[in-house]
Design a protein around this ligand. Structure first.
Ligand SMILES: [Zn+2]
Length: 138
C-alpha cells in the first residue's frame, strides 16, 4: 500500500516539460514572452498578448491567491481519499495565469477565497512534479 495518493500522471512533452519538471529545482515555471513579458499558460505556440514566438521558460515566485475551490467528497480516484480540495489559483505575477490544482496542508474550515498560497511540489516520478498549493500565511 503506497502512502502517497494515486495521481493521474500528466503527459510530459517538449512544450510543457519546464512546467512539470520545475519542481525538481523547487521552481514553478511558465513560458514567458520575451517581447511583452507576458506569461503564457497553458503553453501555446505564440504569445496570446502580442503574437510573437519568442519565449522561454521562467520561474515565478510560487506565490498565488485562491480564486475558487470545491471540496470533493466523492471517491473518484482510487487511493485518493476524500474530502480533498480542488482549487483554481492565480499566480501573483500575472492573475490571468490560473492553475487547477489541489489545496493541501489546510483545514477545510480555514479556506477563504483570496487567501494567499504558495506552491509545494509532489513528486510523481523521476521527471514529473505536480504543483500543489498550501496556505502562505500573511
Ligand atoms: Zn508577448
Amino acid at each position: 500500500m503506497s502512502e502517497k495518493p494515486f495521481r493521474i500522471k500528466p503527459a510530459v512533452t517538449d512544450e510543457n516539460e519546464h512546467f512539470w519538471q520545475g519542481g525538481a529545482d523547487g521552481e514553478l515555471r511558465f513560458l514567458r514572452c520575451k517581447a511583452c513579458r507576458s506569461y503564457i499558460h497553458p503553453p501555446a505556440p505564440i504569445c496570446g498578448e502580442c503574437l510573437t514566438k519568442d519565449y522561454a521558460p521562467e520561474a515565478v515566485s510560487g506565490r498565488a491567491r485562491l480564486v475558487t475551490y470545491t471540496v470533493n467528497h466523492q471517491p473518484w480516484i482510487p487511493g485518493f481519499d476524500p474530502p480533498y480540495v480542488i482549487a483554481i489559483v492565480e499566480i501573483e505575477e500575472q492573475p490571468s495565469v490560473r492553475l487547477t490544482t489541489n489545496l493541501v496542508n489546510c483545514e477545510i474550515d480555514d479556506i477563504a477565497i483570496g487567501m494567499p498560497l504558495r506552491v509545494v511540489f509532489e513528486q510523481l516520478d523521476d521527471e514529473t512534479y505536480l504543483p500543489l498549493f498550501e496556505p502562505a500565511g500573511e
